[in-house]
Write a protein of this length. Structure first.
Lengths: 142, 175
């Protein structure tokens, strides 16, 4: 089945990976690699702002690679969310905003969650899986 | 969805020019970089760059470093391949999954690498179209006017007048 998204990363404001979800990509990535990729993305996001020819740059929003697209959303507090999808996948920005809402609802409002720490919230996991599933169904319907 | 459902979406991006044209030359292009495989900047041109945070040498190094890391990032991230190698190991041109453009709210960067390791980077307005064809054309200009120029020493900054004028003309008319 064609997966809409391959994986989701959530990076805290200092570049640490706080959440990673793999939804079907070839070859599993081990934990160390995902941590490295997350901090690499964090620094490249910052460098891309430095290189901007115009004022007011807020970093990479879309990266188009040969075999995937990467959509990134940075919240006002500096938390970065990015999803890896098939090339040319549409409607990834709304999905990222849905994921952000889930994060605010089920992670930030969880009294046991410590800020900037890895996310281990069951409700977030459940709702996230449902959101991704809904997105897949919507993709098949399109 | 009331968070984002509103109509007044906050955006920092510059407004899209009503007619196509932001730079003084009346084109969408902001900057162009040309690197060889050793990271030497062979050519740097700018048409529209109001913001300069670094001196040109530092800026070129930062750009090359960004491309290098982005390439190893995409090669490692590639969801279609099982064997991806190690992160950070230098990749040969054409090896691993590469990328062709990225977009921020203020600019779009298009990237092309030739099999010999020549990297062409074009920075344009974020709303501009796909530039892969344009980059290939610029590469052809480079091959025709620089590589075939008997007076050009490989690995040095490009000072071929014919290349400069034809490149300027092309950017002005086609991008």
């Amino acid at each position: 089945m064609a997966a809409a998204i391959n994986c989701l990363f959530i990076i805290n404001k200092s570049g640490g990976l706080i959440f990673y979800k793999d939804c079907g990509s070839a070859g599993r990535m081990d934990t160390n690699d995902s941590l490295r990729l997350a901090s690499l993305w964090h620094s490249m996001h910052a460098i891309s702002q430095q290189l901007s020819p115009v004022n007011g740059c807020s970093g990479i929003q879309l990266l188009q690679a040969d075999t995937f697209d990467l959509h990134c959303f940075q919240s006002l507090t500096g938390t970065k969310f990015f999803v890896v999808s098939e090339p040319g996948a549409q409607h990834m920005e709304p999905l990222l905003k849905v994921i952000y809402e889930l994060y605010t609802d089920y992670v930030l409002k969880n009294p046991f969650y410590e800020m900037e720490m890895p996310i281990r919230c069951e409700l977030f996991d459940i709702n996230l899986s449902q959101a991704i599933q809904r997105d897949r169904v919507a993709l098949l319907g399109r | 969805m009331q968070f984002f459902g509103g109509t007044s979406e906050v955006t920092l991006s510059p407004s899209v020019p009503s007619s196509i044209g932001t730079g003084p030359l009346g084109s969408n292009a902001y900057m162009l970089y040309l690197f060889n495989r050793n990271g030497v900047c062979l050519l740097y041109k700018e048409w529209h760059r109001p913001l300069k945070t670094l001196d040109s040498n530092q800026d070129q190094k930062l750009m090359f470093g960004l491309l290098f890391s982005l390439k190893s990032f995409t090669a490692k991230m590639d969801p279609t391949r099982v064997e991806k190698g190690n992160l950070g190991v230098p990749l040969l041109p054409g090896e691993g999954c590469s990328f062709h453009c990225f977009r921020t709210n203020t600019y779009k960067l298009s990237f092309m690498e030739s099999p010999s390791g020549i990297k062409i980077i074009l920075v344009t307005h974020p709303k501009s179209k796909d530039h892969r064809e344009n980059l290939r054309y610029i590469y052809n200009l480079y091959v025709g006017n620089v590589v075939k120029n008997p007076l050009y020493v490989p690995g040095t900054a490009i000072k071929c007048e014919l290349f400069n004028t034809s490149l300027d003309q092309y950017i002005q008319t086609s991008i």
